[in-house]
Design a protein around this ligand. Structure first.
Ligand code: ATP
Ligand code: FE
Length: 332
């Protein structure tokens, strides 16, 4: 089984080839154009996808050593995401499936983030819990089988990635600020500044209160000392990161206790965060969990995870027809 997968939900154009469940290539074109605007501009993202998609697909096929005529199916990200971006990937995938007369597979982007944990060994056993933390989502997902999963906790406002990016913005760091907070945090003391942990019911999250607390804290201190941020950047970043990570991990402890599940995975762009990765290992030891984190390139947006999900869908005969329409939002 040879599948070409395309990812175009946000600002990265990705293509990957999976052969009999093994990823043979995973290529991505990043769009740096958005940096100067401090966020992703949907219109510009769609155009860049349009420019990138043919070369990215060509490189993915070449690297894998697979010819178009040898493909068994084409997969694409169907939802959620920016609609203009999704349309570019879906139109391309449909055209290719039609030209080659092979099946088309629609993939849910958040399901794919979870299944990134199945690309390399060791893999979690079912049922397992996955904390998916990305730029647009924060979810605790209970996975019963590759294609059977449900969200048992989610954010009520900002996503964890947004919490990182918005905090970075307040600190005057460029977009996306998450990786920069991580970088400065490495030489800082996370216990120096205390931001309170919100009390949110059940397995849900909220990050907007933290953002406001950080804003007021910095405004107050900058008034007293205009160089406060400059002098304390590593400690501020470490303290912010420590709080975001503890909010996430404490809910995972609760989720594990309530479900009795001790195979715990993380996924999504924020799972690249070194503080979160370290905390997962520490909590794992303490609570007797087996823990799983995808390789770095499969944490942020990539087509490899779309390919992995598509492989399971192919085996299940789960195809979509050529009149399928991508959607900006969708549950799974
Ligand atoms: P979604 O998957 O919800 O549609 P997305 O695809 O835009 O959102 P991802 O690419 O999975 O999100 O993740 C991007 C987010 O991850 C950004 O908010 C970015 O700041 C954050 N991020 C990436 N690396 C790190 C890091 N090392 N530390 C903290 N945050 C990080
Ligand atoms: Fe994503």
């Amino acid at each position: 089984v040879r599948i070409l997968a395309i990812e175009s939900s946000c600002d990265d154009t990705g293509a990957a080839v999976i052969v009999d469940g093994k990823i043979l290539s995973n290529h991505i074109a990043n769009q740096s154009i958005h940096e100067q605007y401090g966020g992703v501009v949907p219109e510009l993202a769609s155009r860049a996808h349009q420019e990138n998609i043919v070369p990215v697909v060509d490189i993915a096929l070449q690297t894998a050593g697979v010819k178009r005529e040898e493909l068994s199916a084409i997969a694409f990200t169907q939802s959620p995401g920016l609609i203009g971006s999704l349309l570019v990937g879906s139109c391309f995938a449909k055209s290719m499936a039609m030209a080659l007369d092979i099946p088309l597979i629609g993939v849910h982007h958040m399901q794919a983030h979870v299944l990134a944990n199945f690309i390399d060994d060791p893999k979690p056993d079912f049922p397992f819990l996955c904390l998916t933390v990305s730029g647009g989502h924060t979810q605790i997902v209970l996975c019963e089988s590759p294609l059977q999963m449900r969200v048992i906790g989610a954010t009520l406002d900002d996503a964890a990635g947004e919490a990182f990016d918005k905090s970075a913005k307040i600190l005057g760091l460029p977009y996306p600020g998450g990786p920069l907070i991580d970088k400065y945090a490495q030489s800082g003391d996370g216990n120096r500044f205390k931001f309170t942990e919100p009390r949110i019911p059940e397995l849900n999250f909220s990050f907007s209160g933290l953002k406001t607390a950080i804003l007021y804290f910095l405004q107050e201190n900058q008034q007293k000392d205009p160089d406060f941020i400059a002098k304390n950047l590593p400690d501020i970043c470490a303290s912010i990161q420590q709080r975001i990570v503890s909010i996430l991990m404490n809910k995972m402890v609760k989720a594990s206790q309530e479900t009795g599940i001790r195979d715990i995975a993380i996924a999504g762009g924020v799972s690249a965060n070194s503080g979160l990765r370290k905390a997962l290992a520490e909590y794992g030891t303490k609570h007797h969990w087996r823990t799983f984190i995808p390789k770095f390139e499969y944490c942020t947006d990539n087509a490899g995870m779309i390919a992995m999900t598509a492989y399971y869908k192919y085996l299940a005969g789960d195809f979509v027809s050529l009149d399928v329409v991508p959607t900006a939002r969708a549950a799974f």
